[in-house]
Each structure stands twice: as C-alpha cells, then as structure tokens.
Design a binder for this molecule. Structure first.
Ligand code: GDP
Length: 361
C-alpha cells in the first residue's frame, strides 16, 4: 500500500473511468491506460498501486476489443495470486444503511490490521445511472483510508455484464493484496443471486420493524443469508430491532440446514453509532474458520467456478446467436408468428437454432 494518505475527494478511491487521478503519490505519474505494458500492469497491481489497479479495472469494463484482450491477459497473470480474500456479499434495500455500514464496518476491519476493497453490483444503474455507489458521502471516512479501495459498478450495463466484470475485478483486487472484499448490491431483483454465487459469506441488512410481520424479504434471499443484521438499532429503534432480530432468529431456525455447516445468525447493529459491528466481524471470522476447517470454503469456491464457467459459455453463445446476421434477419419474422399464435415458441426456437447451426457448420 502507498504510504502517503490521499487528499479527500481524490478520485483515486472511488474510481470510475480512465481519467483516474492520483493525489497519493506525486512521484508516480499515472500513464493513460493505453500506455501501460502488461508487465507494468502486473507490477503495479502486485505492489498494490491503486491507480494501476483502477486502470486495469477500467480495461475490464471497456468494450473496446484491444482493451478486452489486454484485460484477459492481466487477469490470467493475476490468477495465481488470487483467491486469498474473504469475499463478503452485502445486500439490503436502498436506505437500510449499506453505505453507512460499510463505512463503520470498514473501520473495524482496518482496526484489526486488515484491508478492504468494496465493489458494487448495480444492475439498476441502467435506469438510475449508477446510484448505488453514486453518492458515497456516507463512506467518506473510508475513502481517505489508504488501505481501502472502492469501485462502483459500471453504469449502463446488464446484470450479466456487471457480474462478469465484478468477478474479474475480484481477481485483480486479490492479486493486489486485498484480504477482504465486500460486494454490495441493492436488495431488489436478481442481483443477490449473482452476488451469492461469487462470495464466501452473505450478509443481509434489514430495518427494525415494530410490527410482527417479517419484512417483505423473499424467502430465497433469507435462505442465502449467513447473517442477518438488523441495522438502525439505536435511539427509539433499539427495542424494535431486538424484536425483529428475535423474529428472524426464529424464522432462520425453520430453514433447512446449510451445506456450510454454519447456522445463520440474526444480530442487531447501529452502523451510525458503530455498535454491534465488532460482533458481526467476529461472526464472519468464525464462519471463515469453521468453513475452512470443514472443507466447505474450498468446495464452495470450486462450485462457484463451475457455475461461472457455465454462465460464461451461455452468455457467449447467446451473444453469438443474436449477433448472427441470418438470425437477425429471421428473428423478428418468427417472433411475429409466435406472438400471433401461428407458431409455438418451442417450434420457433428449434427452427431458429437449426438455422443458426447451419450458419456455423
Ligand atoms: P443505503 O442506501 O443502504 O446505502 O443507506 P445509507 O447508508 O445511505 O443510509 C440511509 C440513511 O439511513 C442515511 O440517512 C443514514 O444516515 C441512515 N442510517 C444508516 N445507518 C443508520 C443507523 O445505524 N442508525 C440510524 N439511526 N440511521 C442510519
């Protein structure tokens, strides 16, 4: 890690594009993305230079073919150094306090002598232009920490695209020596499943709810959680938070046992007042040790790699299919027949695939 603390508002830490500037080390003049050689990228990443790390991530996010080619080479070279972090998924509806939580929790991680990268999965950015990490004022204390790296997900991208890029970014962050990686997502829609399939630990943040109904959290998301934290357990919210956590403890007991051998927990915390965060951290550490000891940690990573291989193949096949000129020509006609009920979707699908196969033979 660099020694000199960066100035506030340096664009380095919440890095977005290739115009990333460094206030950290004046002696280091960042080159434009195009100017760095593969070896310079690797050296920079391996020596935890966040400017170079940011630039490499920019390559991953770029749609230009030459950037993609270089990005894949960088990833390949970084792979042997990857895998050594604890990957934590964090989800919760907007307003639950995710940014505030990361800010407080990040400090707990730093106090324990470790470092942290924060990445985001935000498919909603297509419509909200990257809102999830857009306003990171609540992470301000973290952004000035030299041992922290924060990266929003690219705006205007599909979930599949963001997920692939996030997975590749994890590899680079690990090669840069980050031993904790938080992957943040908004608790709406499909993104939790994508995040769950790339993390070791899944943390769900909820609000205190004084009513006796469980919040409208889908059972599937609750099943994924290794820990449910009821945030905003402060002031008048404390009693409600305690009650909510009790309800979730009961609900968690009713769920089937996890393959990890870990029993999901429900805790209360106040991200604002930094209470309960140490306990959550020690739970996560406990989980880490338990799953390493019982072999689940390694097994799960292997399963995830298999899953992402399959995902990658289907994504590429889909792209090839829809970009095929013959398919492009025929698709709308066949689609119209399907809509009007003249052709079943399955027959139509088969027809299109036959056509596609002919093109690729
Ligand atoms: P996000 O949208 O999930 O990232 O939520 P934010 O971190 O932006 O927080 C939303 C609002 O909730 C802000 O006004 C925070 O100050 C407030 N907030 C976050 N954590 C707490 C907490 O522990 N207690 C209280 N009382 N407010 C909190």
């Amino acid at each position: 890690m660099e020694n000199n603390p960066p100035k506030k508002n340096s664009r380095l830490h919440i890095s977005k594009g290739k115009t990333v500037k460094s206030n950290i080390n004046k002696a280091f003049k960042p080159k434009q993305v195009e100017q760095l050689s593969l070896q310079e990228f690797i050296n920079g990443i391996r020596s935890s230079n966040r400017v170079v790390l940011s630039q490499a991530i920019t390559l991953i996010e770029s749609r230009q073919e030459k950037h993609q080619i270089l990005a894949q080479k960088i990833i390949e070279k970084c792979l042997p150094y990857s895998g050594n972090s604890l990957r934590i998924g964090l989800t919760g509806t907007p307003g639950v306090g995710k940014s505030t939580f990361i800010n407080g929790f990040g400090k707990v991680i730093l106090n324990n002598g470790e470092n942290l990268a924060v990445l985001a999965i935000d498919p909603s950015s297509q419509t909200t232009k990257g809102s999830i990490l857009g306003d990171k004022t609540r992470m301000e204390e973290l952004t000035i920490e030299p041992k922290v790296f924060i990266r929003p997900s690219p705006a205007n991208d599909s979930l599949g695209g963001v997920a692939r890029k996030t997975r590749e970014t994890i590899i680079l962050c690990e090669a840069a020596g980050y031993n904790n990686i938080i992957i943040e997502t908004v608790g709406v829609g499909q993104s939790e499943t994508a995040v769950h399939s790339m993390v070791d630990f899944f943390l769900l943040l909820l609000l205190p709810n004084s009513g006796d109904e469980l919040q409208g959290i889908k059972r599937g998301i609750m099943e994924m959680a290794d820990l449910i934290a009821i945030n905003k357990a402060d002031g008048e919210g404390i009693e409600a938070a305690k009650l909510t956590s009790k309800q979730y403890k009961n609900a968690l007991h009713l769920l089937p046992a996890k393959h990890s051998g870990w029993t999901a927990k429900a805790e209360i915390c106040s991200a604002l007042n930094n209470t309960g965060l140490d306990k959550i951290w020690s739970s996560i550490k406990n989980y880490h040790k338990t799953t390493i000891d019982n072999g689940f940690f390694a097994q799960n990573r292997k399963q995830q790699a298999k899953y992402w291989l399959e995902e990658s193949v289907s994504q590429q096949l889909k792209t090839l299919f829809f970009q095929n000129p013959e398919i492009k020509k025929e698709y709308t006609k066949i689609e119209k027949n399907v809509i009007e009920g003249d052709l079943s979707p399955f027959t139509a699908g088969k027809l299109l695939l036959e056509l596609f196969k002919k093109q690729t033979d």
